[in-house]
Design a protein around this ligand. Structure first.
Ligand SMILES: [Mg+2]
Length: 236
């Protein structure tokens, strides 16, 4: 029995399943949640970030690579570190880094399409990337029609997830209280902000073999995004 099944069984025992009937909005992360980004998408964006940093800061590619990793760990996005420490303008960075050809790396995902069809609520994307990047990914996966809105890093005023302030901004824009929403994300830390506001949370274990964060605030854990709808149906 997988962990989702055990947890679901415990929820049934505790009567928590009743609360899931009130979910009106699913807030879904993009990269590494709807698809596995280790298939080349992240590699291409990382290389573009390194080129940008090396050129703009006048450093070697090796130092640029270190800065990219360091700022990502410290601030949630490399961009935020570049803005704070180097006064980098965000738009040229975002345009250059996300201008990648995703055809050939990703393909139409019929199973994901079916899974999203089976989730009976409004669905939106919340991403640390750009809206254009999200649109390209959703189009290639063939699931654009499922998402009524895309909330990107610009909507967040370049403040990356995890951030309870920007998540509350999204909820306000959607006119949905936190307790009527569920946040789906591969980064367990991002679920903290959601839980603090009172949202339900789903941790998607996109990176196989990743540490299982039993101590972090996820209500559900799925080893594969395609499993999400199966358990959702069970919750209603
Ligand atoms: Mg992600």
């Amino acid at each position: 029995m997988r962990s989702i099944d055990k947890r679901f069984a415990r929820m049934l025992d505790c009567g928590q399943v009743v609360a899931m009937k009130h979910i009106e909005l699913a807030i879904v992360d993009l990269d590494n949640t709807l698809y596995a980004a280790n298939n080349g998408v992240f590699d291409r964006m990382d290389r573009r970030m390194n080129h940008f940093i090396a050129r703009e800061l006048g450093v070697t590619e090796a130092i640029a690579d270190q800065l990219r990793r360091s700022y990502w760990r410290s601030y949630g996005t490399t961009l935020k570190g570049l803005m704070v420490h180097h006064g980098v303008a965000p738009e040229p960075f975002l345009d250059e880094v996300h201008d990648i050809e995703v055809h050939g790396l990703l393909v139409n995902d019929g199973r994901l399409n079916e899974a999203l069809h089976a989730i009976p609520c409004r669905k939106v994307i919340h991403t640390n990337g750009t809206k254009e990047h999200a649109e390209r990914i959703l189009n290639v996966l063939g699931v654009s029609e499922h998402f009524q809105a895309i909330y990107d890093i610009r909507f967040n005023h370049y403040q990356p997830k995890p951030c309870s302030v920007t998540l509350q901004m999204l909820l306000d824009a959607e006119s949905t209280p936190a307790h009527c929403s569920i946040v789906v994300d591969d980064m367990a830390d991002n679920l903290h902000a959601a839980k603090q506001l009172g949202a339900k949370t789903v941790w998607v274990e996109t990176q196989k073999g990743a540490h299982i964060y039993h101590d972090l605030p996820w209500d559900f854990h799925v080893a594969d995004i395609h499993d999400l709808s199966l358990h959702w149906q069970g919750m209603h």
